[in-house]
Design a protein around this ligand. Sequence first.
Ligand SMILES: [Fe+2]
Ligand SMILES: [Fe+2]
Length: 331
Amino acid sequence: MAQTPDNASLNETYLQISPNILASFPKFRPPVDLYVYDPALGRTGCFHKAGERLSTEGQAEVARFAEGGLLFLLRDDYRIYAEHLSKRLGLLLVEEGFTPQEVAEIFFLAFRDRMEDFLAQPREESFEALRKDASVLAEYLWIDPARVAFLTHTMDREYSLAVHSVNTMLVGLALYLRLTGGKVEKDVLVSLILGLLLHDVGMTMVPKFIRDKEQYLVRRDRESIERHIEAGRNMLRRLKVADPVILECMEQHHERTDGSGYPDRRFVKGISEAGKICAVADSFSAMIGDRPHRSALDAARAAETLAGDSRKYDPKLTALLAVVMRESATA
Ligand SMILES: [Fe+2]
Ligand SMILES: [Fe+2]
């Protein structure tokens, strides 16, 4: 493939579209405006408007432009482009044109959308879709574990179960990669990604007005919230999920090392590594998210608060959390 024309102002305004990416667009209706660079004139002009029908000849022409490295989209259309790519994550493994920040943002959007779908309809098909995306992310991090810093940088404060689940997954992964020095197996990463994402799946069975309460929970409300573990267990059983790492994250993320957690009041030795990682990641993610009754804590403050609670959380992990957040802040 030809190189991007060496033109700083061009690259400021436009992003190149590779043949691989072009092939992922709907043939007749590319989702973004297409621009073509004319090297003779040193100018870029609009070739096709998003949503309009592209003729067969037009498609062939566009394919040639992409092959020659002359096909672009406006950087302003990046959101549309990222949404499109988030449905085809596998492309991120073969494309070299993205910055790690762009890849991280696309992963975030993809998992947020997948989780919204899954939580709305937790069926085997939506679980399989999640598993496929989890494999792509595992592969991406396995190639270079340091990339996780860009991912934790994308964490969002929006209050929703889907965003909370994705934030938990990103911070939990970062902790695990730090803990292992990046020496990990892809299969384990896939399981951990799914476990962290699905830890609160049972919350979909708790009435939203109770979930939204922050303070003054009466005993009945508290019991209803605590039942999300049992509900999660039933849901995963129905989905035929038996992976121990996924189950440990879901069942143990509210256990605390001093035995004060739920549902089994386990002590430090009875909590698995995945359970301890998920506990720290889940609490952190809850603290940095906006809630109806309070605004979010900043990341450094939240990490500090958890590190100060060494009776309830594994101190090795909360110490790593501070490191992970420092790396994320500079990514
Ligand atoms: Fe939970
Ligand atoms: Fe949670």
